[in-house]
Design a protein around this ligand. Structure first.
Ligand code: NZQ
Ligand code: ZN
Length: 383
């Protein structure tokens, strides 16, 4: 196991009816800005619950943080925050609202453009306290330091890390009942891949991390059909929601190597074609596993056996079957697993190869996935 330092300071408030706890958690003298997406919270009653919890207090509302939040939108929120002298933020929505709010919190007290902070987070000298009411289980943003921001002007999409966790996050599984089927599919896939990025490397680094990771993967595999049958199944949604938070809050990645190539490549597909984050992952991850099979062999065999019960066959056969089972699971969610299904072809592959080569920083747990390898991976999931 590698050395590590771990601290996660987010207070997790979980369960039915917990939005009313907002009032006690946010300091009464806070100059508060509440941020939202495009309006789902008005349709599902979450906005009403938030405003009821904050009754009698003054706060500024900022609406319109879109999926794959754009820096162009967030600059407007930062300007409003500066004008109103905001000192506390509350994000209400999915991962995009949460991520966008992290950038706003890191930018209000800074003189530089928010995009500079995305490119180099150390340029933010102060981050305001912020909290999240999470309505979409997927990103883990409710309990981590990460934010992923898009730039329309340059077709770029990058992740960065802020210096402070959310003060608290409220997760009420009932708020997820209004999610469209495709967002649930993207969210389950995103959660699965977050676990896999921290797990599918080399066997034998930490039995504890392996068991925790496998526990989340098995929970998702068991829970997904229940959710597909009835998305108002409270306990199934609760397990899915907690899985998403646990998948990317640091706990399952302690002292082990991590991959993240699927995410790095997937962000390019979103930046260039607007493909939803979870959908990009369902396509790219099987490609990463196939091209990097030799490097990941020990873990693919362990995963195949413990998660899918694959014990017979040669190593090569078992590894391939493990990948096929994973693809089948993604397809059972209703997701595509090939680029051709979304009409993405060779032109995009060449552009992504060019971008990775130009940046020069290879990714994956072995830091050996460069531009050329990226193109090989994308070709492995082309058709
Ligand atoms: O904008 P509104 O109207 O709120 O609607 C949203 C949006 O259209 C809707 N939605 C959210 N909660 C809902 C709901 N609709 C009905 N009922 C509800 N309860 O869902 C749509 C998608 O929302 P979005 O926030 O974009 O989805 P998600 O949570 O999947 O976030 C995706 C973004 O997070 C980034 C992705 O790259 C992408 O930009 N990620 C962030 C990570 C992190 N912070 O750690 C890690 C991830 O790997 C990921 O990269
Ligand atoms: Zn993700």
């Amino acid at each position: 196991m590698k050395n590590f330092t771990f601290q996660n300071t987010t207070k997790l408030i979980f369960g039915k009816g917990t939005i009313e706890k907002l009032a006690k958690e946010i300091p009464s003298n806070a100059r508060l800005m509440v941020t939202f997406g495009g309006g789902s919270v008005k349709k599902n009653g979450v906005y009403e619950q938030v405003t009821r919890a904050l009754a009698g207090r003054e706060f500024v509302e900022f609406w319109g943080i879109e999926p794959n939040p754009r820096v162009e939108t967030l600059r407007r929120a930062v300007a409003l925050g500066k004008e109103k002298n905001i000192d506390y933020l509350l994000a209400v929505g999915g991962g995009s609202v949460a991520d966008g709010t992290k950038l706003i919190a890191a930018s209000i007290r800074c003189a530089i453009d928010p995009w500079e902070i995305v490119l180099d987070a150390s340029k933010s000298n102060e981050i305001l306290p912020y909290a999240i009411v999470m309505t979409l289980p997927a990103t883990g943003s409710e309990m981590n330091l990460n934010a992923v921001i898009s730039n329309d002007a340059t077709d770029e999409k990058y992740g960065f890390a802020v210096s402070h966790h959310p003060e608290f996050s409220i997760l009420d599984p009932e708020t997820t009942f209004s999610l469209p089927d495709e967002q649930i599919a993207y969210g389950i896939c995103d959660t699965y891949v977050h676990v896999a990025e921290q797990y599918m490397t080399t066997a034998g680094q930490s039995p504890l991390m392996d068991r925790w990771a496998e526990g989340i993967l098995l929970t998702l595999i068991e829970t997904a059909p229940k959710i597909r049958a009835n998305k108002h199944d409270y306990n199934a949604m609760a397990d899915y929601m907690l899985s998403a938070a646990m998948a990317l809050n640091g706990y399952i990645g302690l002292g082990v190597t991590q991959d993240w190539a699927t995410h790095d490549i997937g962000h390019e597909l979103t930046a260039l074609h607007g493909i939803s984050h979870g959908q990009t992952l369902a396509i790219v991850m099987p490609g990463v596993w196939r091209v990097m099979k030799a490097q990941k062999m020990s873990k693919l065999l362990q995963y195949g056996e413990r998660v899918w019960g694959i014990v017979d066959g040669t190593d090569a056969e078992r590894a391939e079957w493990a990948i096929e089972h994973t693809e089948k699971f993604f397809r059972s969610l209703g997701l595509a697993t090939r680029l051709a299904e979304l009409n993405v072809g060779e032109k995009t592959i060449a552009e992504i190869e060019r971008r990775f080569t130009e940046r020069g920083n290879a990714c994956g747990e072995g830091r050996n996935i460069d531009g050329k390898k990226t193109a090989e991976i994308l070709r492995a999931c082309a058709k």
